[in-house]
Design a protein around this ligand. Structure first.
Ligand code: SAM
Length: 202
């Protein structure tokens, strides 16, 4: 495991699941809405920074073939237990999302709830190149990340900043700003950005 990302495993070991603000115990509405809309069809999906696998399990139940990765061994252990209990076949592995080990152009969908916004500023471009590389042309990438409305911070974004990061590689199809009552009862503001990997060669 590497550098500043190590602390995540300590968090999962220190706190029970119900104390984790992002772990709602149910799939994210933004994901459910997207799948229900039919804009993303069942196929091979990567839940990048999957945490305890709640969203991965939802996708598996909807017919996706899901790979979940997280830097935290403890989180992936929880995720495996959850999938096993539900009788779902999901592959979970411990990986750093900045160094994705998968072959090129093999995923139909990448779901990113709170991954991009936790990648260090210096590694953001590398991370995005990795996501782009493993998506099939014409497939989708959904990012859910913190908004500037939560107050100034290195990983609280304006729409313009997000467009600056994503538009060089992806075609942005939809952006939405919304609030959510998180697991700790606090209201937080998020952006969701739905993107497509184009067919042209970079
Ligand atoms: C805010 S949580 C979101 C978890 C999950 N996506 C969800 O919605 O419940 C962020 C997750 O990112 C993971 N993470 C942070 N940095 C990572 C990295 N470089 N590579 C892989 N996972 C990482 C953490 O361990 C944590 O599970």
């Amino acid at each position: 495991m590497s550098s500043q990302y190590e602390r995540w495993d300590q968090v999962y070991r220190k706190y029970p699941p119900e104390a984790l603000p992002w772990e709602l115990g149910r799939p994210r509405k933004v994901l459910v809405d997207l799948v229900e809309s039919g804009k993303v069809k069942p196929g091979k999906a990567l839940d990048i920074c999957c945490g305890m696998g709640t969203n991965a399990l939802y996708m598996a139940e909807k017919g996706f073939q899901v790979q979940g990765i997280d830097i935290s061994p403890k989180a992936t252990e929880y995720a495996r237990e959850k999938a096993e209990k539900a009788g779902a076949e999901i592959s979970f592995s411990v990986e750093n999302a900045v160094y994705l080990p998968f072959a090129d152009e093999q995923f139909d969908f990448v779901f990113d709830m709170g991954c991009f916004h936790h990648i260090s500023v210096e590694e953001r471009e590398r991370f995005l190149r990795g996501v782009h590389r493993l998506l099939k042309p014409g497939s989708k990438y959904l990012v859910v990340c913190f908004s500037y409305r939560n107050g100034p911070a290195w990983n609280h974004f304006t729409k313009e900043q997000l467009i600056g990061y994503f538009s060089p590689q992806f075609k942005i199809e939809q952006t939405e700003h919304f609030s959510s009552v998180e697991g700790d009862g606090a209201v937080r503001f998020f952006w969701s950005v739905l993107m497509e990997k184009g067919w042209h060669i970079h």
